[in-house]
Design a protein around this ligand. Structure first.
Ligand code: GLN
Length: 246
C-alpha cells in the first residue's frame, strides 16, 4: 500500500513547525511498511490534484494568507473543492484551516474570499488567542484528547452541515466563545492546533492515516498495526497534565 500526500503552500503556510506533521505522517506510514510519497505544491505550481490521497495545509500570517488568493483563483480552488467532495483526506491547520471556509475578514478589515469548501467563516478579533490548549475529539473523529498550541486572532464560526473536530477542554479553540475546536466535514480535519499537532497526538495521526487508506483501499483493508508509542504518549500526557493544571 502507499499514500500520495500533497503539501500545499509549504513556502508560505509554514508557522510553528507545522511541516512536522508531514514528517510524522510519513514516518508512521513507513514504520508500517506503507510507502508515502510527498509532493510540495507552491504558489504558481500546478499538478493533477486527483492523484493525491491526503492534503496538508499549514498556518500563516494574515498577509501570507492574502498572498494565496490569486493562486487559488488560478484553478487550485476548484480542484481543492472537488477533492473535498470526492472524500479525499485533508489536514488543515490554522491559516490553512481558515482558507477552507467561505472567507476570513482580518481585524484590519481585509476580506479574503476563500474556498468555501467547508461551511464556516472567520473574522479577525482584537486580541490574539495564544497558548497551549487541549480538546477532546468528537466520537466520529476517534474521541481521544488532543494537545496543541494555538496562536490566532481569527474567530471561526461553524455553519450547518459541518461538525466541530472536537470540544475545548482548556484554551480557546475556534472562537473562545462556543467551546468548539476545529471542523470536520467529510474527510476534512481542520484545527487551530500548531505544535505540530501530529507527533504528540499519535491516535489522531493514525485515525487520519487510516481514513485516507480506507478511502483508497476500501473499508476493512487499511488496518494499521499498533506502534510502540511510549515516547509519544509520554509527551502527550505530560503536556496535557501541564495544560489542565495551568
Ligand atoms: N493569520 C490567521 C490568524 O491570525 C492565522 C494564524 C495562524 O495560522 N497561526 O487568525
Amino acid at each position: 500500500m502507499e499514500l500520495n500526500i500533497c503539501h500545499l503552500y509549504p513556502e508560505v503556510l509554514n508557522l510553528y513547525g507545522d511541516r512536522g506533521n508531514i514528517r510524522c505522517m510519513k514516518k508512521r506510514l513507513e514504520w508500517r511498511g506503507i510507502k508515502a510519497h510527498v509532493d510540495e505544491l507552491k504558489i504558481g505550481e500546478h499538478r493533477d490534484l486527483t492523484a493525491y490521497d491526503l492534503f496538508f495545509i499549514g498556518g500563516g500570517q494574515d498577509f501570507e494568507q492574502e498572498v494565496l488568493l490569486g493562486d487559488l483563483k488560478s484553478g487550485k480552488a476548484d480542484e481543492i473543492r472537488s477533492a473535498v467532495e470526492d472524500g479525499k483526506t485533508f489536514l488543515c491547520i490554522c491559516g490553512g484551516y481558515q482558507m477552507m471556509g467561505h472567507y476570513y475578514e482580518t481585524y484590519d478589515g481585509v476580506k479574503c474570499e476563500f474556498l468555501g469548501a467547508v461551511d464556516f467563516y472567520t473574522v479577525g478579533g482584537k486580541t490574539r488567542m495564544i497558548d497551549n490548549y487541549a480538546f477532546r475529539l468528537s466520537e466520529e473523529s476517534g474521541g481521544s484528547t488532543v494537545v496543541g498550541f494555538e496562536n490566532h486572532s481569527g474567530k471561526t464560526y461553524l455553519g450547518a452541515g459541518v461538525t466541530p473536530l472536537g470540544t475545548v477542554l482548556k484554551g480557546n479553540g475556534n472562537n473562545g466563545e462556543d467551546g468548539t475546536e476545529g471542523v470536520r466535514y467529510k474527510n476534512v480535519f481542520g484545527s487551530y492546533s500548531h505544535g505540530p499537532i501530529m507527533p504528540k497526538n499519535p491516535q489522531l495521526c493514525d485515525f487520519l492515516l487510516k481514513n485516507a487508506l480506507e478511502r483508497k483501499y476500501g473499508r476493512g483493508n487499511a488496518e494499521l498495526a499498533p506502534l510502540p508509542d511510549k515516547f509519544e504518549t509520554l509527551a502527550h500526557d505530560s503536556v496535557l497534565k501541564k495544560i489542565m493544571q495551568a
